[in-house]
Write a protein that binds this ligand. Structure first.
Ligand code: C2E
Ligand code: MG
Ligand code: MG
Ligand code: MG
Length: 295
């Protein structure tokens, strides 16, 4: 492979750089076998609609990929997703995520949980792949989940990379009934003129703006502007990374429709998610902190 053939060109590598690329190679090789060895799993973070007064209701879950390697331990998606993307492994892994997340939704239905939507993250590589709309349709049919209950999360970068193609793919997904949201909104470079052409139903306000809402007047102005712009375009808003009551109160006041964050719950294994739901609907809800403490 290129990296080895060109070894001489890398003589100026510092030891730190060498260590980094060694780890990347190690992860790449381990990731190739992660799926068949059962090291991948999904955690689910509840998403809440903000309702009248100070009420909130779970409306969905975001599926978040987890990788536990016997020697390396838990590897963060921030580290392995980019590797999965450059190697193309994201295609089979992404298909597994979609199938597993929707199958879990079926199991929750069978267990009597309220009808939730499932949000699944989509990499730019998956989004660009020709087969995506058909693949999504096939998996929905295999599992027996109506398209309306699936929401695919796409970053601005994935959409703006080639807006013309993005519009086509979005239209194809929309035609099949699947909803789309823009993840990490505000961190990329969405052109506002495209936003109106994109078939998306929701903007997920990035957690970097939410984090400092209490101390940073500029972040408050940005979040307020995003919520109002979304409203004018007929889009919903969901704020990510809500950790404090103060952040929640501000978001409510500005008319943000939905939230997600450690204040309510960390991402949970499927079983713990079901318990979280049951605890919320029973008369004596478990304290939020019991769930906020999980990994
Ligand atoms: P994301 O889709 O924007 O997911 C939100 C991230 O923020 C998750 O990190 C979640 O655990 C974390 N988070 C949620 N609430 C809070 C909070 O209140 N405070 C803080 N500090 N963090 C919070 P995670 O699970 O490590 O995932 C990181 C990123 O990896 C995701 O960002 C997404 O871009 C990517 N990712 C995860 N699973 C998948 C997947 O199945 N496919 C693809 N393509 N990407 C994935
Ligand atoms: Mg996401
Ligand atoms: Mg995000
Ligand atoms: Mg992200």
């Amino acid at each position: 492979r290129a990296k080895r053939d060109g070894r001489n060109a890398y003589r100026f590598f510092t030891s730190e750089m060498q260590a980094q690329s060694a780890r990347a190679l190690l992860l790449e090789n381990a990731l190739r076998r992660a799926q068949e060895r059962g090291q991948l799993s999904l955690h689910y973070q509840p998403q809440f609609a903000l309702e009248d007064g100070d009420q909130s209701r779970v409306i969905g879950a975001e599926a978040l990929l987890r990788w536990q390697h016997p020697e390396l331990g838990w590897v963060s998606p921030a580290e392995f997703i980019p590797i999965a993307e450059t190697t193309g492994l994201i295609l089979p892994i992404g298909e597994w995520v979609l199938r597993e997340a929707l199958s879990q939704l079926r199991r929750w239905d069978a267990a009597g949980l309220p009808q939730l939507t499932m949000a699944v993250n989509l990499s730019a590589v998956q989004f660009r792949h020709d087969d995506l709309p058909d693949l999504v349709e096939r998996v929905l049919a295999d599992v027996g989940i109506p398209a309306q209950r699936l929401e695919l999360e796409l970053t601005e970068g994935a959409a703006m990379d080639n807006p013309t193609v993005a519009i086509t793919v979005m239209n194809e997904l929309h035609a099949r009934g699947v909803r789309l949201s823009i993840d990490d909104f505000g961190t990329g470079y969405s052109s506002l003129s495209y936003l109106k052409k994109f078939r998306v139903s929701k903007l997920k306000i990035d957690q970097s703006f939410v984090r400092e809402l209490s101390d940073d007047a500029e972040d408050r102005a940005i979040v307020d502007a995003v919520i109002r712009m979304a409203g004018a375009l007929g889009l919903q808003t969901l704020a990510e990374g809500v950790e404090t009551e103060g952040q929640l109160a501000f978001l409510r006041r500005q008319g943000c429709q939905a939230v997600q964050g450690y204040l309510f719950s960390r991402p949970l294994p499927a079983e713990a998610f079901a318990q979280f739901m049951l605890a919320r609907t029973s008369t004596a809800p478990a304290p939020l902190s019991a769930y906020a403490a999980l990994p």
